[in-house]
Design a protein around this ligand. Structure first.
Ligand SMILES: [Zn+2]
Length: 318
C-alpha cells in the first residue's frame, strides 16, 4: 500500500483500522447505491459516498475534555449508529456547470468507495467536472483530487478553496503545534495537492458561483469552510467537518476531535453555527453524517447548547 491512511500515520491516538494497518485488504464497496439525488431549487444535487470506516468513537481521539463516564453515555445513546464514520461528497449540476464539493479520501481509508465509479453512474466523467470546491485540505476531502500516479483527476475543473486554507498548507512549515494528531497525520496529502494544483483563492461570504457562498468556519483547519447553497427560494447548508459523529458531537458541541487544528476555536465555531442552524431550521448536508448526509440540526432544549441530528427521509429523485 503506497498511500498511507492520512489521519493515522504512527499515531497512538488512532485505532489500527484508521491507521490503515489492515489496509492491504482494502475493500471497495460496490454493492449498495453510492449516490442519492435531490434538488436545491434549480440545482440537481447528488450526495456521493466516497468512503466509510468502521470505527467506534473513542477517547482521546474524540472528546479529550469529557469524563470517561460522560463519553460512554454519549456513545451508548448513539445506539446502532455509533460504529461508522461516513465520508460524503456533494455534486451540484445546473445548466453547463458540474460542481464537485470535496473528492473524498481517494483510497486513503481501509474501506472506501470509488468516487469516479459513482460519478460514472450519473453519467459524469472526471473531465465533465467544471469546478471542484475543497472545504478544507484534510486527506479525506482532498485525497481523491490526485490519482495513484499523482495526476489531477478532475483535469478540466477549476479548483477553488478559501485563501486562508491555501496559505496555511502552502507555507514552508504550517503551524500545527496545537494539533493533537501531529503534523505527519495531515501534512503530506495537503502539500501534494497544493503543490500540484493551482487553486482559485476564495473569500468568505463572497459567492464562488451564483447561489453558492463559502463561509469561513475556522478551527478544524484555519481555512475550513461551510457553504450556503441557495436557489429559487430553497437552501442547503453544507456543514463540512463541523461534526464527525453527529450522535456524539451534536449533543456536545464543546467536545472536539484530534484532527482539529485549534480545538477551542473549533468548539466555538461549532457552537455558533449549530445555534444558528437550529434556530433557522435549514436543511443541512454534512461530510461525516450518515449517508446521504441530509437532515436538520435541532436543539434538544430551547436556549440550551445541545443539539441532535434529524435525518431526512428517503424521497424519490425529481
Ligand atoms: Zn473530514
Amino acid at each position: 500500500m503506497l498511500r498511507l491512511a492520512g489521519f493515522g500515520v504512527g499515531l497512538a491516538l488512532v485505532p489500527g483500522r484508521l491507521r490503515g494497518e489492515s489496509a492491504p485488504n482494502r475493500q471497495v464497496s460496490r454493492g449498495n447505491a453510492g449516490c442519492y439525488r435531490f434538488r436545491v431549487g434549480e440545482f440537481k444535487a447528488t450526495a456521493l459516498v466516497t468512503g466509510f470506516m468502521a470505527a467506534e468513537p473513542h477517547q482521546p481521539f474524540y472528546a479529550p475534555q469529557a469524563s470517561a463516564e460522560a463519553f460512554r453515555a454519549a456513545v451508548a445513546a448513539a445506539a446502532g449508529s455509533k460504529g461508522r464514520m461516513h465520508f460524503n461528497a456533494l455534486l451540484l449540476r445546473r445548466g453547463g456547470e458540474t460542481i464537485l464539493i470535496d473528492a473524498g479520501p481517494g483510497g486513503n481509508v481501509p474501506a472506501d468507495c470509488d468516487l469516479v465509479a459513482n460519478l460514472a453512474k450519473l453519467g459524469v466523467a472526471p473531465v465533465d467536472v467544471t469546478r471542484v470546491v475543497l472545504t478544507h485540505a484534510h486527506f479525506d476531502h482532498c485525497g481523491g483530487l490526485l490519482d495513484a500516479a499523482g495526476h489531477v483527476v478532475f483535469s478540466r475543473a477549476e479548483h477553488c478553496c478559501l485563501a486562508e486554507e491555501i496559505d496555511f498548507w502552502s507555507a514552508p512549515q504550517p503551524d500545527l503545534a496545537k494539533l493533537r494528531l501531529g503534523a505527519k497525520a495531515v501534512l503530506g496529502t495537503a502539500q501534494r495537492v497544493f503543490a500540484k494544483i493551482a487553486f482559485r483563492r476564495l473569500q468568505s461570504d463572497v459567492p464562488l458561483a451564483e447561489g453558492i457562498t463559502p463561509l469561513l468556519a475556522p478551527g478544524h483547519t484555519p481555512g475550513h469552510m461551510t457553504l450556503r447553497i441557495e436557489s429559487q427560494g430553497e437552501s442547503l447548508y453544507h456543514i463540512a467537518d463541523l461534526t464527525h459523529n453527529a450522535h456524539v458531537m451534536l449533543p456536545h458541541p464543546d467536545w472536539t476531535i484530534a484532527s482539529d487544528c485549534d480545538e477551542p476555536l473549533a468548539a466555538a465555531t461549532r457552537k455558533r453555527i449549530f445555534a444558528g442552524l437550529a434556530a433557522e431550521g435549514v436543511r443541512v448536508f454534512g461530510s461525516h453524517v450518515p449517508f446521504p448526509g441530509l437532515g436538520r440540526i435541532v436543539a434538544v432544549a430551547a436556549g440550551g447548547e445541545q443539539y441532535r441530528w434529524v435525518p431526512e427521509d428517503w424521497a424519490p429523485a425529481e
